[in-house]
Design a protein around this ligand. Structure first.
Ligand SMILES: [Zn+2]
Length: 308
């Protein structure tokens, strides 16, 4: 009986030193990776939902979610940031859904469709020029700076759904660099619709319908429109980073836009820790080991404080 009590009286981490068991000892983390059932076949009851609950500030024996996230990041080398609009919100960037959904009495979803490039090019490009102009009047926030600084100490890859270039500007200011893959394209980029020639220029006025110097084809913003396929290279590189990372940090993303949302799903399936920073529950919250509720420009500096 004593042996049995000893056997059941201790969490299973005794067999796997250094791995933390959740409150229900559900074994989903301590189990060696080879034996772990795949993410998709794992029954719901095996998931680690109570994990965030036990690490509340009310329980001084357990680290807070921010301290736990910091510890996981400190003990890892490869990080993947999966970024959404929440990161740039504090800088004043509006998503096109924020602007009443209208531009000159036209629905913006209609203007962001590839068909508009052929049927109402002038108003479409003047709307994009309006959005590009907004980028010139904003600057990176504390969230961008915390994320850029992480590249000083870790192998960082960023997969962003944002079309702004604020993260690159934060990196330039701090003189650090890491791959930033824009899976939905970039507003700062101008591309020839015919020959694909691309360059970065925020000052070129697309509203004047400029043409390509090489082939005289029409120039367009380097973003992905509704009705178009995502560019293959950013997606492939993001999936490769998801496969390789030890920790994946989801920043300010609703997690409902596919196929981009498959990137953190891939990281979870490959065994990475998932940390979510978002004021609201997202479509990917159920996959995350920790969900920290709050805006990115406040939470990210707290997580990375002292790590750089
Ligand atoms: Zn061209």
């Amino acid at each position: 009986m004593k042996m049995l009590r000893e056997w059941f009286g201790k969490p299973p981490t005794r067999f796997f030193p250094g791995r933390q068991a959740c409150a229900f000892w559900c074994l989903c983390r301590p189990m060696p990776d080879l034996l772990r059932p795949s993410l998709y076949s794992r029954p719901l009851t095996m998931k680690c939902y109570p994990r965030t609950g036990v690490m509340s500030p009310d329980n001084p024996q357990k680290p807070s979610p921010i301290a736990q996230a910091r510890a996981w990041i400190a003990n890892s080398r490869k990080l993947l940031f999966f970024v959404g609009a929440g990161l740039s919100k504090a800088s004043g960037i509006k998503t096109f859904r924020d602007e009443d959904g209208l531009y000159q009495d036209r629905r913006v979803e209609e203007l962001a469709h590839v068909d508009s490039f052929f049927h109402q090019r002038e108003i479409m490009l003047s709307w994009y020029q309006h959005r590009r102009q907004q980028l010139l009047n904003v600057s990176p926030n504390e969230g961008h700076r915390a994320l850029a600084a992480a590249a000083k100490t870790h192998d960082v890859v960023v997969a962003t759904q944002n079309v702004d270039d604020l993260l690159e500007r934060a990196q330039q200011n701090m003189q650090v660099t890491c791959p930033v893959w824009h899976v939905h394209g970039a507003l700062a980029q101008v591309r020839c619709h015919d020959c694909g020639l691309a360059f970065n220029d925020l000052t070129l006025d697309l509203g004047t319908l400029p043409v390509c110097e090489a082939c005289h084809g029409p120039l367009r913003p380097g973003v992905v429109w509704f009705g178009e396929a995502l560019p293959p290279e950013p997606l492939q590189e993001s999936f490769a980073a998801a496969q390789a990372c030890e920790v994946c940090v989801l920043v300010g993303t609703s997690g409902v836009v596919y196929p981009a949302a498959m990137i953190p799903e891939q990281a979870a399936a490959a065994g990475a820790r998932l940390i979510e920073v978002n004021p609201n529950t997202s479509g990917l919250s159920h996959l995350c080991d920790i969900s920290i509720r709050g805006p990115a420009d406040e939470i990210l500096p707290q997580i990375f404080e002292g790590l750089n």
